[in-house]
Design a protein around this ligand. Sequence first.
Ligand code: MSP
Length: 651
Amino acid sequence: MSHPLPSRERPSGSVHGPCTAVRRVLYLTTPIYYVNATPHLGHAYTTIVADAMCRYHRLAGHEVFFLTGTDEHGDKIAQAAGKTAEMPQAFVDRNSAAFRAQWDALGITYDDFIRTTEPRHQAVVQAVLQRLWDKGDEIYFGKYGGQYCVGCERFYTEKEIVDGQCPDHQTPLQHIEEENYFFRMSKYQEWLRRELEAHPDRVRPERYRNELLGFLREPLEDLCISRPRARLEWGIPLPFDDRFVTYVWFDALLNYVSALGPLGSERFETLWPHVEHVIGKDILKPHGVYWPCMLKAAGLPVYRRLNVHGYWSLGGGKMSKSVGNVVEALALTEKYGHDAFRYFLMREMPFGLDASFSEEALVGRLNADLANDLGNLVARATTLIGTARGGVVPAPGPGTDAEARVQVALARTRAEVDQAMEEFAFHRALGAIWELLGVLNRYVDATQPWALVRAPDAASRLDTILYTLAEALRCLGILLAPFVPSAAARIRQALGQSGEPRLGDVEWGRLAAGTRVERLSGLFPRVDERRPASAPPEVAAPATARISIDEFRRLDLRVGEVLDAERVPKSKKLLRLTVQVGDETRTVVAGIAEHYAPEALRGRKVVVVANLEPATLMGISSNGMVLAGEAGGTLALLMLDRDLPPGARIR
Ligand code: MSP
């Protein structure tokens, strides 16, 4: 399945709808992925959140253009191709097709898939280079020597090198000295700093804007934008000197423009003002520094927004193909279903922060959130309508406070989802929908509709309850569509809703009495949970037992900053904390919910036992423990009486 500009999303050239209202437009891009490996969890995350965002905007009636693709030039690709018997073009064709097939299998609704080896892309790269060359002062020829990492395709400065090696790949660097063309990026340093100051929401979350401002406090060097063909053939020749090919980042970033057609095309004019990029934090510098400078120099407007997400790790380490710690997205999506996989990724990782991935945690969420909270509600409600009213939605009788609460909760959820999606906060949008599910499940428990089925004088009350449930499910079938599209479609279908869902229909009372409802059970079948990691038995040390200083030193106690805190669903005691410890962001589940409100903890510095074995609590993998004292029912978290940075050691 591919999406070569389906007519429904085809940019019309006009952003005005049929009436007077201006139609909102979103042009959203993912990074283009290197084809020296097959897709993995990290790529899948970026692509899935971008897909959910596009689906949400389409649901809201906005005009959407969603771009993804593959990055196919450069040293890294040439070397990977060199290790196979294939010619580079055949190699990139095969690997690019694997990305495309992966996104198709996951149901990603991209509108265009760009490849940097396509003529349409090469033409734009050469046109931009020529434009800069013709301006006279943007590109110059010079000599450069430095330490180069093939994996990163860049030179490293002395300051960045760790033990003589690439800090990312931990591999030796090569000293390379050669003549090349340079883009005079340094002259845009001050302009870029002012841009970032003037547009606080251009890069979000804010921590990444701050990181960019941090880079810009150091002198910005010019960017080497060519590679001699004597060393590297696999690239786009410079239009003004074909002894050189274009540096892969200069080539790759332009995909966002080349996908729209030749410079100055109508589609460019329509879509470019609305462009937003989604990237992982690993490629912040090229997108946050090189790219705006390139655009400025080429006389093109800077993108509207850069949305930066954190990194998934597996068991603590940074996970990427280069460090050999790869998860094949396909394997787990096939095992647990695409919707469950999407849900887990978006719910588990607060956008912008790091998170750790585990199959156990995925199964935990699948069972608790999807099978229990959602699947059971859908099964209970549709079954009841089947049994009690022959599968037909009754007209509601008079409502009570209980129904009013459901309606208020729905309106609140709708508003919170809008707000969260506006801020790229997928986990909050899902959190809001699950709050509504909580309200609905409590409504069913409190109103006990099954007890009313055989009570003749309760018919009107039962009608009201069944209508309320059916109407709430209809709205959920719309609200859930961006996140769990297949399950949402099944809910809508069970509720007799055909046609494209529209966010505007999340409005109480639109469900017509008389609508036929089908029974829908097993929306998310439960998965047998693996035995959770067993918690060590709690044995209080006798007061007289002493430990040596060496034993004490085995504890790695650190300052942790609480970035986020939320209640663990279905648990009275547990809070799930996202804690920054040094460079790492960890999830720590703490039994403090009865003593601290989540919002009171955000931004606080606590004491973390950093070398505790991870344990799974309520399906959540907890990595560390926060220290607290307790006496007479009062619990007090250990905090610092002076400020220290997260990660500082406590002795
Ligand atoms: N080709 C460049 C991007 C050029 S864009 C003009 C590139 N490609 S990549 O194949 O290495 O993909 C990097 C992207 O994959 C990251 O920015 C991120 O979106 C995603 N991820 C790869 N590993 C990841 C994790 N472990 N966690 C989250 N996302 C990560 O860089």
